[in-house]
Design a protein around this ligand. Structure first.
Ligand SMILES: C[S@@+](CC[C@H](N)C(=O)[O-])C[C@H]1O[C@@H](n2cnc3c(N)ncnc32)[C@H](O)[C@@H]1O
Length: 205
């Protein structure tokens, strides 16, 4: 049993559960899920701009499963290098790519092969493939050079990381001096019981 979390958690099982859940989302977004997803959720509950969302491929926004709107936190300047940790089907990644434009770069990092493949396809459809790049990886080992990134964004992903302090160390490693983090995620205001913390199925949910 791999142990990369603060407590005795079966992280291999957790990583498999996460991949199974998000493979199901990318293959069948019309299915039943324990979390909200899709464009109406993004616009009505999270405040995304409907015109912007409708300008993206509908198959991309159908697979959106974030928890907030990281791009609402601050600007993306033209020419910046942006990394989206857990880019999923690419909705935030494509929005960031449009903002950084042809002089910039938007790198999506995701462990789920189906998500990376579809995000790359949606980038091509949106005319952004020169700006967007998909890389296999996870928050605890970003496939990104030291001090090479202006902005890290992430939406609903760090809560899935087995080692959150490592994820933040990785973010600090890849950011240039003065770089920014726009993070949308879950915050708990009380400690979970050890039993809950050890429950990989609950964690993956
Ligand atoms: C909740 S979805 C969010 C996707 C995207 N950010 C969005 O807003 O639609 C979670 C995504 O994060 C990926 N993921 C899960 N664990 C991860 C980790 N430890 N590091 C990076 N990505 C991860 C999954 O493969 C999935 O595509």
């Amino acid at each position: 049993m791999a142990k990369a979390s603060p407590i005795d958690l079966d992280t291999d099982h957790l990583l498999k559960r996460v991949e199974t859940i998000y493979t199901k989302l990318v293959e069948s977004p019309e299915g039943e899920f324990h979390f909200n997803h899709g464009p109406d959720y993004a616009c009505e509950l999270l405040g995304y701009d409907r015109a912007e969302i409708e300008s993206l491929p509908a198959e991309c926004t159908a697979r959106f499963a974030g928890l907030g709107n990281p791009l609402d936190i601050g600007p993306v300047e033209p020419g910046e290098t942006v990394v989206d940790i857990g880019s999923g089907a690419g909705m935030d990644l494509l929005l960031a790519a449009r903002k950084t434009g042809p002089r910039g770069k938007a790198i999506g990092v995701d462990p789920t092969p189906g998500m990376r493949a579809r995000a790359a396809e949606f980038a091509r459809e949106a005319g952004l493939s020169e700006i967007v790049e998909l890389r296999e990886g996870r928050s605890d080992a970003l496939p990104v050079d030291d001090a090479s990134v202006d902005l890290v964004i992430s939406n609903g992903v760090i809560n899935l990381a087995t080692d959150k302090s490592l994820a933040f160390k990785e973010i600090a490693r890849v950011l240039k001096p003065g770089g920014r983090l726009y993070l949308a995620d879950v915050l708990l205001d009380e400690e979970l019981s050890e039993k809950s913390q050890r429950d990989a199925d609950l964690w993956a949910a």
